[in-house]
Design a binder for this molecule. Sequence first.
Ligand code: AMP
Ligand code: MG
Length: 485
Amino acid sequence: MALAETENNKISDNPFLNLNYESALEALGNDYYEEVAAAEFPQHILRWRNDSLLNRLGLNPEDVADEHFITAFGKFEGRKPLLALRYHGYQFGEYNPFLGDGRGFLYGQVRSTDGELYDFGTKGSGKTPYSRGGDGMLTLKGGVREVLAAEALNYMGVRTSRCLSMIETGLSLWRGDEPSPTRSSVMVRMSRSHIRFGTFERLHYIRRPDLAKKLLDRVIELYYRYLVDEEEKYALFYTDLVKRTAELVGQWMAAGFCHAVLNTDNMSITGESFDYGPYAFIPTYQPNFTAAYFDYYGRYCYGHQPSICKWNLETLQESLKAIIEPSDMESGLVSFDEHYHREYRSLMLKKLGFEKIDSPEAIELFNLTIQFLLESKVEYHKFFSEMARTFSSKWRDDPSLIMIDSDVVPVSGSSQLFDDWCILYHKILNSFDIDQINAIAQTLIRYNPKTVILRPVIESIWEPIVREDNWQPFYELLARIQSGE
Ligand code: AMP
Ligand code: MG
């Protein structure tokens, strides 16, 4: 591996500095970004290194020292330029032309061993020209929460960014939504892209269709490569973005995840999920569950996520109409519902144990399950993990035996809805051969982890950090999340 020269011409042995960075965005010129410098921090304590991502970068975790993380992603030595990306966006339905990377930058773009290009993007790395009144920083709790969300969603099959590292920086921050002063961190996120819907919205707003086209060509080349030679590549790009976004929402809904801030600056042009602020996993199935305390009207509540993402896609059409035929985009958007419902249903059926199911009752089971979850107010995640825990081939013999060993569901005979659900589940189970029962048990276990980061769980690991700087519960929780326990 070639050794990188650092700024002052010293040869570095830091594996992060010797990755093969590509300047895919930088090469487009500074209409899209501003070069910035990182803040200098009084301390650098590595709190999280995501070794499970290193292989994908062609690195062996044993060859990467904590100090390598700190030098690269806490002190930001040896890499230039660092790019604060420009974007606008619709926030809670209102257009905001004053956005952009206000507390982060694009650290670099790296091709992973799977041949795909990934961004390293920072959060909490200091002020930029787009910080407005903000301090450019990320709270430690904000960092902890994003690390946890990304790992949990990843395990649950959501197409998500991940956190590569999180470093405590020794600053005290003041925040209205955390007891303050509160501790600070800088995080590095590995994602498919930091180009947002809002990146294109800005280019439309400043009336630069030439820049939008140049960027869209690059987006297609990098993230929709299979379309490059298609005559209708722009229309196909939009149609695929609709599909990817719709599927992503289906994945969130099945995971019981409420993103909380679905502004268009938080929507990736690759259809990947990222930027986890006030998110929450739902305690019970409640469509109007709202995660952000500042979302007064519940615009981004759990059950609105499909219609909001569809609205975001529809609104994006205005910014792309100079490049993509509006009628093509309109017809592309029509497929949203179908893609969303298919993905959501298929994932819910997996949570019910069925990897593949052709039975005509499958849709009925899906609907009845949702109805039961809604009306019974049983804990959403517990219901499924209890199914996985108590599953038995005996469930084929008699519907009243289904989940009999769990106390989270009504006892047989006490709820018409649950009894109907058991009768249907029993019927479907009997449509499978007995030798497929083990596969159903495995599917239940795979898709329904016992560990779900409901708010009290996050608080329970945060408390020891605050009280006695004890990080052990955080690491144990991450290990459980990553192994699907
Ligand atoms: P978010 O809600 O985290 O997606 O952020 C929305 C916008 O506010 C983005 O442009 C951020 O860069 C910016 N922002 C959020 N927090 C801060 C902060 N502490 N300092 C500067 N900019 C911030
Ligand atoms: Mg954001």
